[in-house]
Design a protein around this ligand. Structure first.
Ligand code: TRP
Length: 409
């Protein structure tokens, strides 16, 4: 994985943007990160990978997902595998089930219990070890959520409004406005200058969740967060919150919070069966827990093109290339070689190969998952234990925060 990382740019050290009245001129504002080049983040990640190899125990890693549905192949090759790798390398891992965050872009969190336990099972089946890693949920850790209050005071509304990932999510939100107005359109969301113009219809949690995410990471003093590119602006909010908190409230025993690093992983881009982005909510994903038959059916229905000769060319043949890539990932082979082998076999031969490769690759994971799911009390207990552990950590951090802020009466 490290070897696929490519070099250079500066994420957090660019010149300060005048950050809406907060620490004027003194700190790099959010837009520095956002402007920051991906290349530097990648270079830094390569460096961190080296350090993980040398001193894994100096890393406390926080990672998480919204419980909105089954994890799928995109998650598996993009993040899940990586989490297990980091755990097995000896880093300390916290896995958050971000249940409050579900409410950012929809009105109600549906089938929450099922999705939450499903996430736990997906992680356990992939190899997360509850004896070493802590799996927990937002809603069970009040001390984490309480950190949101002081943290919100450290970030300006202007900085929040500039977050490109939040803007994109607002544009694609499935929420009616809490005030009852009609659903928004992407055009409502932007004034063309990069800020959100129609703020009145945006739910407050959507607007502020990157700050909540800072609490997710900082409650346990996480110093490393594996992310995809879309999460970089959020991580920059976390760094900003940590920096400003430490400046404003110097703890008696030194800075309270670390400034966590992003660990960018080169996630392969797998498309859904309809050729769009693979997504839990679009019905185009192959879930980890899907049966072999269901997998075959989904892949049979996947979009391809009319050309008989199979090739690997993501730019001009995205759908076919995504299937080739999927087979290659499962088989741990080179995509071009896989395409070459299928040659003139056409889409039917390609799909046969992909189906077999996916089902073979996932068979042990699916068997483990089914075994674990047979005792519904087990996943629940793992989560309960994780929440208790997270709560103890969060309570200790909140005590330090109260001390630093002088809230001792
Ligand atoms: N925002 C992440 C997502 O949508 C989930 C998440 C919540 C998260 N809190 C986090 C990720 C903290 C990393 C760190 O997938």
């Amino acid at each position: 994985m490290t070897s696929t990382l490519t070099p250079p740019l500066t994420v957090a050290t660019e010149p300060a943007d005048s950050a809406a009245g907060i620490a004027p001129g003194a700190e790099p504002g959010l837009s520095a990160t956002v402007r920051g080049s991906l290349a530097a983040a990648l270079r830094r990640s390569a460096e961190i990978e080296r350090r993980i190899g040398e001193e894994p125990r100096s890393f406390r890693i926080l990672t998480g997902d919204r419980p909105t549905g089954d994890l799928h192949l995109g998650h598996y090759f993009g993040t899940l595998r990586n989490r297990v790798r980091l755990q097995d390398a000896g880093a300390e891992l916290f896995v958050l089930v971000a249940d409050y965050q579900v409410l950012t872009d929809r009105d109600a969190a549906e089938a929450l219990g099922e999705h939450v336990l499903g996430l736990v099972l997906d992680h356990l089946a992939t190899g997360i070890d509850p004896a070493r890693a802590t799996i927990f949920a937002h809603s069970a850790v009040p001390e984490l959520n309480q950190l949101l209050l002081p943290f919100l005071s450290l970030v300006s509304t202007g900085e929040l409004a500039r977050n490109p990932t939040v803007k994109d999510e607002i544009a694609h939100s499935r929420q009616r406005s809490p005030g009852g107005a009609t659903p928004r359109t992407p055009r409502d969301m932007s004034d063309g200058k990069g800020s959100i113009s129609n703020m009145r219809s945006v739910n407050g949690l959507m607007f502020t969740y990157p700050v909540h995410q800072a609490a997710d990471i900082l409650f346990c003093k996480g110093n490393l967060v594996p992310v995809g590119q879309d999460q970089l602006p959020h991580l920059e909010v976390t760094r900003l919150v940590a920096r400003r908190f430490n400046e404003r409230y110097p703890g008696a025993a030194g800075p309270v919070f670390p400034e966590p690093d992003a660990l960018l992983s080169a996630a392969p881009l797998l498309l859904g069966t309809d050729g769009g982005k693979m997504s839990k909510s679009r019905g185009n994903a192959i879930a980890l827990r899907a049966s072999a038959d269901e997998t075959a059916r989904l892949i049979r229905g996947a979009k391809t093109d009319g050309e008989r000769r199979i090739s690997y060319d993501p730019a001009t043949r995205p759908e076919v290339s995504s299937l080739v890539l999927l087979a290659a990932l499962c088989l741990e082979r080179d995509p071009a070689a896989v395409a070459e082998e299928i040659g003139d076999g056409g889409a039917a031969a390609l799909k046969r190969m992909v189906t077999e490769a996916v089902n073979e690759r996932l068979a042990p994971l699916r068997a483990r998952r089914a075994e674990l799911a047979a005792d519904p009390g087990y996943a629940r207990q793992v989560l309960r234990d994780g929440c208790a552990r997270a709560r103890a950590v969060a309570a200790a951090t909140l005590e330090e925060v109260r001390d630093a802020m002088g809230m001792r009466y």
